[in-house]
Design a protein around this ligand. Structure first.
Ligand code: B4P
Length: 182
């Protein structure tokens, strides 16, 4: 089963991806984690991504697609994967279509819906380096302008499902299980 977790910054994509990964025994592929690890290892990609991430912008499609391509070709992704935080632009979504072969398809795009005001509080409480008010504002800006257009893109394919993210973590996961039918 191939799943995309979709939603604004801090909606709980990473949190739910970890649950689904344990539940279905398929890998959790987070572009945010991959980029943060590239930044801390000071690799060429990391050096390019650092400044953009610190401002709350989106790292270039070219870089993101190259790291996903490498990761998705691993053997452990053959029987399924959970994409967390990717795709974030139409260009990335088209790139993903080109990456997966004819035998693979995206089964579910789970859109976690939340209220922006509450999420800002949630992120400030977490306190990651990019969880500062001005940066969060930019992350929302990037989401609204570049990522939201993916909603009609996947709605048209009839694989987009809305999940209420304004509930306890366990309850959100219960609702996800109802959709993925396990
Ligand atoms: P990500 O790492 O994807 O971060 P995120 O969207 O903020 O987090 P997520 O939704 O996973 O929230 P989480 O579960 O952690 O991206 C970071 C940056 O990387 C981006 O800004 C961008 O620069 C770059 N990037 C990543 N992917 C990219 C791409 N494809 N293209 C370009 N750039 C890319 O939850 C947040 C907090 O809420 C946690 O503390 C959690 O415990 C809490 N929480 C979760 N669910 C909750 C609930 N139901 N109730 C209460 N609290 C909850």
């Amino acid at each position: 089963m191939n799943i995309i977790l979709f939603g604004p910054p801090g909606c709980g994509k990473g949190t739910q991806a970890a649950f689904i990964s344990d539940f279905l025994s398929i890998p959790h592929l987070s572009t945010g984690d991959m980029l943060r690890s590239a930044v801390s290892s000071k690799s060429e990609i990391g050096l390019k991504a650092k400044e953009i991430m610190e401002k709350g912008g989106l790292v270039s499609d070219k870089i993101v697609l190259s790291i996903v391509k490498e990761r998705i070709s691993n053997n452990d992704s053959k029987k399924g994967f959970i994409l967390d935080g990717f795709p974030r632009t139409i260009n990335q979504a088209e790139g993903l279509d080109a990456l997966i072969n004819e035998n693979q398809k995206i089964d579910f795009v789970l859109r976690i819906k939340v209220d922006e005001e509450d999420i800002i509080k949630r992120l400030i409480a977490r306190g990651r380096a990019d969880d500062k008010p001005a940066i969060i504002k930019n992350r929302f800006k990037s989401y609204n302008s570049e990522t939201q257009p993916l909603i009609p893109f996947y709605e048209e394919r009839e694989i987009l499902f809305n999940i209420n993210g304004m509930q306890e973590i366990e309850k959100v996961f219960e609702d996800i299980k109802k959709v993925i039918g396990e």
